[in-house]
Design a protein around this ligand. Structure first.
Ligand SMILES: Cc1cc2nc3c(=O)[nH]c(=O)nc-3n(C[C@H](O)[C@H](O)[C@H](O)COP(=O)(O)OP(=O)(O)OC[C@H]3O[C@@H](n4cnc5c(N)ncnc54)[C@H](O)[C@@H]3O)c2cc1C
Length: 265
């Protein structure tokens, strides 16, 4: 089984600061990590490989620094990695990002599955997985919570929907975006870390993947960010202090009256 896992390097979110003047994310001096939700995609791929054998190739579009993220995936158990990096990829929206990833996957050639994270913690759109499926004209399961069955021709998955779960069967090759429920990511092993240290990660540019100039980077991005601003909490909270049984009853009564007044109950 050949599995491709697209991963994104993102800023460590607990450290993210916004520039009060420009309203953009301050990336300087912020540590970068593998998008936390991509660890579940990596883990899912490794478990499939352990069960059915095969190869996992990790791809990432980003600056050269993103090699660190690819190496972390190798340290966890992935086999190979490719960085898609080119000055002309800069400013890509989700459309241009999906296009570049899809072109790279076409270049890689034969594969059975593409497994993406549910969304990236910085861009947060969840559009890239479906975008790749669309460019490659492949069946897609988003919010996948379980792989129930897989053989060399088809896959049966369980996916999270608003009302609960649904099961869908798709022919292979297919694209999955996975949710946390699917697996618990493992830590990198010592053996993996040694492999990651010595592995050469090739860097592919626009020519290498036969990408059309007007479909990449800012030029190929139909989305324009008009304004970025921080949200403000408009409502005021009320604090009720409970010290003993009597104040607990009073507090409950107050909350109940409030809910009745607002017609919530
Ligand atoms: C006009 C515009 C300009 C932008 N310019 C820049 C810029 O210059 N630099 C910049 O860093 N961002 C830029 N962005 C943001 C960038 O488009 C998104 O971060 C990117 O397209 C991924 O979207 P997302 O973060 O919402 O990922 P999601 O769709 O939420 O990610 C879902 C999954 O897709 C995969 N994935 C997503 N992105 C990548 C990737 N790059 N490589 C491999 N796999 C991936 C991962 O598996 C991930 O879990 C720009 C956005 C817009 C709209």
């Amino acid at each position: 089984m050949r599995i491709i896992v697209p991963i994104k390097q993102v800023p460590e979110t607990s450290n993210v600061r916004m520039d009060p003047v420009t309203g953009t994310m301050v990336r300087e001096g912020v540590e970068s990590i593998v998008n936390p939700l991509d660890l579940y995609a990596i883990e899912t791929a490794i478990r499939l490989k352990e069960r059915y054998r095969g190869e996992i190739i990790v791809i990432s579009m980003g600056p050269e620094k993103a090699i660190e993220a690819i190496k972390e995936a190798v340290a966890m158990g992935c086999d190979d990695g490719i960085l898609l990096s080119d000055k002309r990829f800069a400013g890509a929206d989700t459309f241009a990002t999906s296009y570049v990833l899809a072109k790279a996957i076409e270049k890689i050639g034969l594969f059975d599955l593409i497994i993406c994270g549910e969304r990236a913690t910085d861009g947060d759109t969840g559009q890239v997985g479906p975008g790749i499926a669309s460019f490659l004209d492949l069946p897609l399961s988003t919010f996948t919570s379980e792989i129930i069955k897989i053989d060399d021709k088809k896959i049966l998955v369980k996916r999270l929907v608003e009302e609960g779960y649904e099961e869908i069967e798709m022919p292979l090759p297919a694209v999955l975006t996975v949710v946390k429920e699917i697996s618990e990511p493992r830590l990198p092993t010592l053996r993996g870390k040694i492999k990651a240290k010595s592995i050469e990660i090739p860097i592919w540019n626009a020519e290498k993947i036969n990408a059309e100039e007007d479909k990449i980077g800012l030029k190929g991005s139909p989305t324009r960010v008009v304004k970025i601003f921080s949200t403000k909490v408009m409502r005021e909270g009320k604090k009720i202090v409970v010290k003993d049984e009597a104040t607990l009853h009073k507090a409950l009564e107050e909350i109940l009256n409030y809910l009745i007044e607002k017609e919530f109950i």
